[in-house]
Design a protein around this ligand. Structure first.
Ligand code: SF4
Ligand code: ZN
Length: 328
């Protein structure tokens, strides 16, 4: 018997109730991976997800022996699953792993996820450091939303600009040289489509997963879950009893990303495996753009306000802060 469960919006999972796992042929299957036809028990499913992440890490040389890895953990399923998997991968050398968390300052939303992260980190023995927008930029996301000059300025793009900077600063202060984020395969395809429809070809090149050093301290960003479907991360978290925040941020804007997410989930339901095909094509396109456009060797100047690396005279963080402060 096949049980269909709607997880979030258009995201659906299929749970097989009565048949045996096709891998171990011993236990009852709990999941049908529709695009490959594999029926898996809990143990084989967990192993398969972890194996995929490890394969991605080694395929793109994401983590090297002496690296210190800062995992950006928000309290959502993806980042907590990533931390759990990396803890297993780097397990015996705990000093190489640290969880970093950004407190955007969103009343009634962020407090819950901060405590989820703190408790999970302490349960698996990984240090957790937190930085807030207020500490770094002098204003919380609540304040930024009050000061936003127009509703046309997207809350998530403003917040994303601040978050990327906060993660870099926190990782540097932990002397980490690798930042790992929980982006999954669905995120990767959506990002490609967003860049494609915005005509931003250079950014497509940047998404190719071989890590490139940036900034004065030579940070690298990696996405070890980028070859795993979002729904499999939900199932992994549930099966491993990893608590995560399911509640949505009150400022989440109905971006084009949500529209692509919903379309892609509907397509996948009708044509299982279509996301994988798209992922493989996008990877080839991104690689071509990255290495033929010389995107990686492009010289960056420094922001004339904060002195951090910037593609223009003033970086996007300082431009956004300037706009908000003027309004205040
Ligand atoms: Fe920030 Fe948007 Fe995420 Fe809310 S949903 S935390 S505003 S990026
Ligand atoms: Zn700046």
């Amino acid at each position: 018997m096949l049980k269909t469960i709607k997880v979030q919006g258009s995201l659906t999972i299929f749970i097989q109730m009565t048949k045996l796992c096709i891998k171990c042929k011993k236990n009852n299957a709990i999941y049908l991976r529709k695009y490959s036809g594999e029926l898996m028990c809990k143990k084989c499913f967990i192993r398969s997800v972890e194996h995929k992440a490890k394969k991605t890490i080694s395929k793109f040389s994401m983590i090297r022996h002496a690296d210190r890895v800062a995992v950006a953990v928000s309290g959502g399923k993806d980042s907590l699953v990533l931390l759990n998997i990396l803890k297993n991968v780097l397990g015996e050398v705990n000093s190489r792993l640290i969880a970093i968390t950004v407190d955007e300052g969103i009343k009634g939303y962020r407090d819950e996820s901060l405590s989820i992260v703190r408790n999970f980190c302490s349960s698996i023995g990984v240090e957790n450091r937190v930085v807030s927008y207020t500490d770094l930029f002098g204003l919380s996301m609540d304040k930024a939303m009050e000061s936003r000059p127009s509703e046309k300025i997207s809350s998530c793009s403003m917040c994303g600009t601040f978050r990327r900077r906060a993660i870099d600063v926190l990782a540097e202060s932990c002397e980490a040289n690798v930042i790992a984020t929980g982006h999954n395969l669905d995120d990767y395809i959506q990002t490609f489509l967003i860049n494609l429809f915005a005509g931003d070809i250079e950014r497509i090149g940047w998404t190719y997963p071989e890590p490139v050093e940036y900034g004065a301290s030579g940070l690298k960003k990696i996405k070890p879950l980028m070859e795993i479907y979002e729904k499999e991360l939900v199932i992994y978290a549930i099966q491993m009893n990893i608590p995560f925040q399911a509640e949505e941020c009150p400022y989440k804007d109905e971006s084009i990303r949500s529209a692509f997410r919903s379309h892609l989930n509907n397509l996948e339901n009708i044509h299982p495996g279509i996301k994988y095909n798209a992922y493989n094509s996008i990877l080839k396109i991104a690689k071509k753009i990255k290495y033929t456009n010389d995107v990686i060797n492009r010289e960056h100047s420094r922001c004339s306000v904060c002195n951090r690396e910037s593609s223009g005279d003033i970086c996007s963080v300082c431009r956004t802060l300037n706009m908000l402060v003027k309004k205040i």
